[in-house]
Write a protein that binds this ligand. Structure first.
Ligand code: AN0
Ligand code: CP
Length: 317
């Protein structure tokens, strides 16, 4: 695998999940594959799970790891070509990227949507420049429009917990005070649409995701109706996608908070969230602390999805 930015890069999902289960049974089974190979993780944004789980995955495979937080100690980077660099930015991405590529064998990039310019975000300008100019295989640690390591971990988690072959999976918008990217819901939808699950998306009017991500999913504006008979509830906030409100918070209505009364409408559904989560905005204490909450095993599977992805990249070097 030469890059990992969306669901298509992983190929057959059954094979990917089977490989993940094998890795989970013995996560050190390929601990010499990464010998003398270096992973460089570049963060333009904060992270807890992604930095820890991806570093752990690299260690499982015997790799060396370098982590760079671009906003802490590196030169401020210009990302636009053609700019006269007389401001506060000391270095251009067009030099920084190939230089980073000199010191490693694989690059992971976290670069969130700016939520100001939809075209710039949806063209994936930052990670695509890494793919083009680094000379190394690149994988996404959440880019502007997708978070595939998260979605892969989510799929593994659903496969582990599902009680029927074709579970009903509901992606539910929930309130949050700040504008968040659409990357997690886009990506979750992309991966769910690649399965044969019964997949439903529920959100208030104005929060429609891009049609290429909604795909064949059913969209239900009545959250309670969406929850009926669900086997998995996947909570997440996102900001508006549709113009003219791109990147805006249209509602912080806590009537959309996921609570025990709504969970009671489901088929004793499991509650999932990628984390970090704001309690009593997205989900009540009661639900996230309930036995049906699988947010911690879901986060644990981030190590597994990252190990599979890095293993496949190493095998292609
Ligand atoms: C980010 C987001 O919604 O994309 C990262 C989630 C993994 N969340 C926040 O910034 C709170
Ligand atoms: N779920 C997730 O990617 O978490 P972090 O933002 O902490 O990495």
């Amino acid at each position: 695998m030469k890059k990992f930015t969306d669901v298509h890069d992983i190929g057959d999902l059954r094979a990917a999940v089977a490989e993940a289960m094998n890795i989970k049974a013995d996560r050190f089974s390929f601990n010499t594959l990464g010998r003398n190979k270096t992973l460089m993780m570049i963060f333009f944004n904060s992270s807890l799970r992604t930095r820890l789980s991806t570093q752990k995955a690299a260690m499982n495979l015997g790799m060396n790891v370098i982590v760079l937080d671009v906003n802490q100690g590196a030169w401020k980077l210009e990302t636009e070509r053609g700019v006269i660099m007389d401001g506060d930015k000391s270095e251009h991405l067009l030099e920084a990227i190939p230089v980073m590529g000199c010191y490693c064998d694989v690059i992971g990039v976290r670069s969130f949507a700016g939520l100001k310019d939809k075209a710039e975000d949806y063209e994936e300008r930052i990670i695509n420049q890494f793919i083009k100019y680094s000379g190394r295989p690149v994988f996404s640690m959440e880019a502007a429009t997708r978070h595939p390591l998260q979605s892969f971990a989510d799929l593994i988690t659903i496969e582990e917990y599902k009680k029927t072959d074709r579970p009903k999976v509901v992606l539910s918008w929930a309130p949050h005070p700040k504008a968040l990217p659409q990357a997690v819901p886009n990506s979750f939808a992309e991966w769910m649409n690649a399965t044969d699950y019964d997949f439903v998306i529920t959100h208030p009017h104005g929060y429609e995701l891009a049609s290429e991500f909604v795909g064949n999913a059913r969209v239900e504006y009545d959250q309670r109706k969406a929850f009926e008979g669900a086997d998995f509830i996947y909570g997440k906030n996102w900001s508006a996608y549709a113009d003219p409100n791109y990147g805006k918070v249209l509602s912080t209505d806590r009537n959309w908070t996921i609570n025990a009364e709504k969970m009671a409408l489901t088929n004793n559904a499991y509650f999932m969230h990628c984390l970090p989560v704001r309690r009593n905005m997205i989900v009540t204490d009661e639900v996230i602390e309930s036995p049906q909450s699988i947010v911690i095993p879901e986060a644990a599977n981030r190590e597994i999805s990252a190990t599979v992805v890095l293993k496949r990249i190493l095998e292609s070097l």
